[in-house]
Ligand binder design. Structure first.
Ligand code: GLA
Length: 721
């Protein structure tokens, strides 16, 4: 059997081509040498048909072999990664091996986000599969980041025939395991409560997750982990699979009839009917896979490093990023120019670096019922041009940032009145409204061009150094009003390309601009978006206690520097809960930090506290952005204490964060067992000057002081001594 083997520092991935040209998946796991084809065992299985060219060999069946890129139509009745139909409605293909090559460096994907790496850091293996009778080639691309222990995959489909073909399923990656009893970890949620970890055993049949909302969604994050049943944070086997994509996706894990498991991810296949004309190519989004036998924390560290070093780009990739004040929860739509300058003036006094003007500055936008699409400054409301505000903010020594929501239009807007055909509406049907807005057809270049021009002409006239790019509804009523348009099964994919094109244009035109992604908080929190925006507003829920859970779930894939997190007012606007200012700050410091409240309502003592928080955050920012993140509790299960820590790479600096979730009379002492410290070293607490042994902190834990009251927070800075 011809073998194709990929090695990273600690993992090995092996494929084999059998005598009929089937590309088989042989192995993915701890680094190993040799030929793994001994794992294959084939028998004559009833109702598992045989390829014609196997002749009398009734043991060879696509239905039972582990497949590298399973296509529908050649006798594999598990869920396929690929399906195509021709213009007469005949489905299926039989992709067989054609050739394989390897080159130094990491491939990129036109118009789509992809992991990047230097030539010395990665290599690309390309395997071409073909089916001449259909006239199609599938080019499987593997990006191997050796030191990172990551393997990326994406697929290019080529129409090599003479007829138009229709792509109905093009997944990015597929892993077939011959055996094993697995758990699946996935991150479910809703608006204002994103990325709750749920762990479920894989069973015979299929678990399928994804989004048909047009964005990656609040409901299911495009990142999944397959573990052994006994895997924990610190031990055991874990496979991570994440998609660098911000639109409709699907993830499947299926246990087959012989207890084999198939795990795969890619574009949502429902409603996908992508026409591919002769000579054309189609690019799938990229999936990033990682394996570790060291437990969930180690897997998170792999993804954190990958995202920090090989996904995020630009000036702000590694920080430092400005501490900001955002006008949304401070004023909502109810402000004028002078009030904004007042907020900024107050913020400047406290040491805040940037003032962000959120929704409400443009068109006729005093509520969320109108104005989207009209990207001209409401000078009447602001008391002059945007530069009046930006200049005043700059004079205070602060940067100025702005909110936009380019993909949307309100029916009550000049844009809609002029171009009703630019919004997704199916002729003859009444569209679904979300937040009273419709979605612009970003699959059309002229729409993206127009919106980009409008928004950039605003940016060009004021010193805007940060943009928060929002997206506030799910998409339906998908239709494009372009004359002669033939096929609607491509729009949602083309829409996402349009969104990426828009952000990439922002990045190119304003290379020093800090971009923050957002979709009603964390509805588009994915690795695809992080390629364009190094931080994303994590959730519209700013309640510190809820945020602990949201940030906990988020941390399985995404590093703290990508997490937009703000201190807001109490009682909290989403939950009505009251927590201490310190607690809110400790939670928000596990991210890209800011404030989102009316500072004038703070007491003098609270203002002083804010001043100190900002100084502290700036001191800890390199550790928070660049250190290793440790989850020290499971806030979904442990209802007493939540704890997490940042540990520097050299293990000399530690920021330990603790929040009490409950309070009791005659309270027992809670111990927080630390991780990642030097077992043979001692650590000194900066505040108390107490010295603790690293080994003891990890073995028994840090005893959390008992104090009265709910939701108390502790933040300890420890240094090796
Ligand atoms: C979304 C965002 C908020 C805010 C509002 C403005 O909900 O997540 O942070 O920007 O839109 O309308």
């Amino acid at each position: 059997m011809k073998l194709i083997t990929l090695h990273t520092k600690n993992t090995t991935y092996q494929m084999g081509v059998n005598n009929l040209g089937f590309l088989l998946h042989l192995y993915y796991g701890p680094r190993a040498e040799g030929d793994m084809s001994f794992l294959l065992r084939t028998y004559d299985r009833g109702f598992s048909g045989n390829p014609y060219d196997a002749g009398d060999d009734r043991t060879c069946s696509a239905d039972t072999l582990p497949r590298e890129y399973p296509c529908y139509g050649n006798g594999d009745f598990r869920s396929p990664a690929f399906n195509v139909r021709n213009s007469r409605g005949v489905f299926g293909s039989d992709l067989r091996f054609k050739k394989c090559s390897t080159i130094p460096g990491k491939y990129s994907i036109p118009g789509l986000p992809a992991v990047y790496a230097d030539k010395e850091e990665a290599y690309t293996t390309e395997i071409i599969l073909e089916d001449e009778s259909v006239g199609i080639e599938a080019v499987l691309r593997y990006g191997v980041l050796v030191e990172s222990d990551v393997i990326t995959r994406s697929v290019v489909i080529r129409n090599c025939g003479n007829d138009t073909l229709f792509l109905n399923k093009v997944f990015s990656t597929c892993l077939d395991f011959p055996d094993g009893e697995y758990d699946l970890l996935h991150f479910e949620g809703r608006h204002t409560m994103e990325r709750n970890l749920e762990r479920t055993p894989v069973i015979h049949g299929m678990l399928r997750f994804g989004s048909r909302r047009g964005t990656s969604s609040h409901q299911h994050n495009p990142f999944f982990i397959l573990t052994d049943r006994e895997t924990t944070e610190d031990h055991g086997s874990c496979y991570g699979m994440g998609l660098l994509y911000s639109g409709n996706f699907s993830f499947e894990v299926e246990e087959g009839q012989f207890n084999q498991t198939r795990m795969q991810i890619g574009l949502l296949d429902e409603m996908l009917d992508y026409p591919l004309n002769p000579g054309e190519e189609f690019y799938s989004p990229e999936a990033a896979m990682a394996y570790t036998d060291q437990g969930l924390t180690a897997l998170s560290h792999i993804y954190h490093d990958l995202i920090r070093e090989h996904v995020c780009r630009g000036k702000y990739k590694t920080g430092p990023r400005p501490v900001l004040i955002n006008s949304w929860e401070a004023a909502y739509f109810d402000f004028n120019g002078d009030q904004l300058i007042e907020i900024a003036r107050d913020a400047a006094k406290l040491g805040i670096d940037m003032f962000v003007l959120d929704d409400g500055w443009f068109g006729k936008r005093d509520t969320d019922n109108s104005g989207l699409g009209d990207w001209y400054v409401n000078e009447e409301k602001l008391g002059g041009p945007l530069s009046r505000i930006a200049d005043a903010v700059n004079e205070l020594g602060m940067k100025f940032g702005l909110w936009i929501e380019p993909e949307m239009v309100n029916e009550d807007s000049d844009l809609y009145r002029e171009h009703p055909d630019w919004a997704y509406i199916i002729p003859g049907r009444k569209p679904v409204r979300g937040r009273n807005q419709l979605v612009l057809d970003f699959s059309r270049k002229e729409v993206v061009d127009y919106i980009f021009e409008q928004i950039s002409s605003v940016i060009d006239k004021a010193n805007v150094e940060y943009i928060k790019m929002d997206m506030n509804r799910s998409i339906c009523d998908v239709f494009t009003a372009v004359e002669g348009y033939q096929n609607y099964g491509k729009i949602m994919y083309d829409y996402v390309l349009g969104v990426y094109d828009f952000i990439e244009r922002l990045n190119k035109r304003y290379p020093d601009m800090l971009l923050e992604g957002c979709s009603g908080g964390g509805g588009r929190f994915d690795m695809g978006m992080l390629y364009y925006t190094p931080q994303i507003w994590c959730s519209d829920d700013t309640d510190a206690i809820e945020r602990i859970k949201i940030q906990h779930g988020t941390s399985f894939c995404y590093p703290a520097c990508t997490v937009g997190a703000h201190v807001s007012a109490v009682p909290n606007h989403q939950t009505g809960r009251t927590t201490d200012l310190k607690t809110r700050a400790v939670v928000a410091m596990a991210g890209s930090f800011g404030y989102e409240l009316d500072l004038q309502l703070l007491t003098e003592a609270e203002r002083e506290e804010v001043r100190e928080q900002i100084v502290e955050y700036k001191k800890y920012q390199p550790l928070i952005y660049g250190g290793d993140y440790y989850r020290l509790s499971d806030p979904l299960k442990n209802t007493e204490i939540a704890a997490w820590a940042f540990v520097s790479r050299d293990k000399n600096e530690v920021l330990l964060n603790i929040v009490s979730l409950d309070t009791h009379g005659n309270e027992p002492t809670n111990y927080v067992r630390m991780k990642g410290l030097k077992p043979d070293g001692n650590y000194q607490c900066e505040e108390t000057r107490e010295i603790y042994s690293g080994a003891v902190l990890m073995h028994v834990g840090y005893p959390v002081p008992v104090i009265m009251g709910e939701y108390k927070a502790w933040q300890l800075y420890l240094t090796a001594c």
